[in-house]
Design a protein around this ligand. Structure first.
Ligand SMILES: [Zn+2]
Length: 366
């Protein structure tokens, strides 16, 4: 007669030899795993900003030929009063776009000029570029935009990388100060783009989907090197206003960014493409926004009107755990910062009104 204990042991041995129940659903990969949250909390979706706002980081294909009426209607739906198109170009095309804007929507669209680096290093490049910039300013440019290639892969005439703080650029930065136009500079990429491609890389999905975004110190320069070079420019030109695009790629390290802003009173930042970083640290981000409320501008970058909702919701609400719009930027959920109206107004328009010349203040509340 088996004792009850022996019986249990035998049953256990039989169970261990049976094959485990096969899962009937196939495994899915990380890209497809996107569970719908079961959390029930108050939701405050926002498709229109609480105050009229200025987007200082936008790109439009060609304001000479685009349907501006349609563009203005899309802007109106978001409560976007002014759009800054950073791809203004230079010379005749910039002037033509500026003329068209003047006749259709003089106070709604703003152009920043761009530089042409071909022939950099040849005799007279700097003087010519400074003169072109001054002419573009006369033609309607209200700022200068440097694309991310500058510092990473823009080469001089000998095929060498132009460091951001190359002294041959000094007269250009000085010219912007003289003309009282801001420089919006996009330096580098998220730090993770330089990190090893493994399961610990926060941008692994983005880099798998867009392998060309991977960076390496030997191909360009390290992330820290680029930031050091950029900081040198800001230090050397205290009378020029610089807006570091994408929160200087430090939205995930607000302490470091705070120390840069403390040191450099001519440095500003804009929020293009980094809302997911703020939305995962709403308490620290709110403190940062309160502290640096005079130094932050609203920017978005890619023109996808539906994505602005995430920005409004993170800035304006105290909602918890809501989705972000692009998984390869953030596989985590967002939380609202609940910014007070006074801070919101500065971020949405007051700071831009102060920095970008000749904007129409009458379009905005006190
Ligand atoms: Zn951009």
């Amino acid at each position: 007669m088996p004792t009850p204990i022996r019986l249990l042991l035998i049953l256990g041995l039989i169970a261990a030899r049976l094959p485990a129940a096969e899962s009937t659903s196939p495994r899915i990969d990380f890209e497809k795993y996107n569970p719908t949250s079961t959390l029930v909390v108050p939701e405050t979706p926002i498709t229109r900003a609480k105050f009229p706002f200025i987007d200082v980081h936008n790109h439009q294909r060609d304001l000479r030929s685009q349907d501006l009426g349609a563009l203005l209607r899309q802007m109106d739906e978001l409560n976007m009063t002014v759009m800054v198109n950073l791809s203004g170009g230079s010379g005749a095309s910039l002037a033509a776009a500026a003329t068209r804007i003047k006749s259709v929507a003089p106070s709604r669209l703003v152009l920043f000029a761009n530089l042409n680096f071909s022939g950099f290093g040849t005799e007279g490049w700097t003087e010519k570029a400074a003169a072109t910039l001054a002419a573009d300013h006369t033609g309607g440019a209200r700022g200068l935009k440097l694309f991310k290639g500058y510092g990473m892969n823009t080469k001089d005439q000998d095929g060498k990388r132009i460091p951001l703080d190359d002294p041959r650029m000094d007269p250009i930065w000085a010219k912007c100060g003289e003309l009282k136009i801001p420089v919006l500079i996009h330096t580098g990429e998220p730090r993770s783009f330089w990190d090893p491609m493994d399961g610990k890389n926060e941008r692994w999905l983005e880099l798998i989907l867009h392998p060309s975004r991977r960076q390496s110190a030997d191909r360009t320069a390290s992330f820290d090197q680029l930031i050091r070079e950029q900081t040198n420019i800001f230090r050397r030109h205290p009378r020029t206003t610089f807006i570091a695009a994408h929160f200087d790629w430090h939205a995930n390290d607000l302490q470091k960014l705070g120390s840069l802003l403390d040191e450099l009173p001519n440095m500003y930042v804009e929020t293009g493409a980094i809302i997911a970083e703020l939305g995962r640290q709403p308490k620290a981000a709110r403190k940062f926004f309160e502290r640096f409320q005079d130094r932050i501008l609203f920017g978005k970058d890619s023109w996808v009107p539906s994505e602005y909702a995430t920005y409004f919701r993170v800035f304006e609400t105290e909602d918890e755990y809501f989705p972000y719009h692009k998984k390869y930027h953030a596989f985590w959920a967002m939380y609202g910062m609940g910014l007070p109206d006074g801070v919101l107004k500065k971020i949405y328009y007051k700071n831009a009104l102060r920095i970008i010349p000749d904007l129409d203040r009458s379009l905005f509340p006190e």
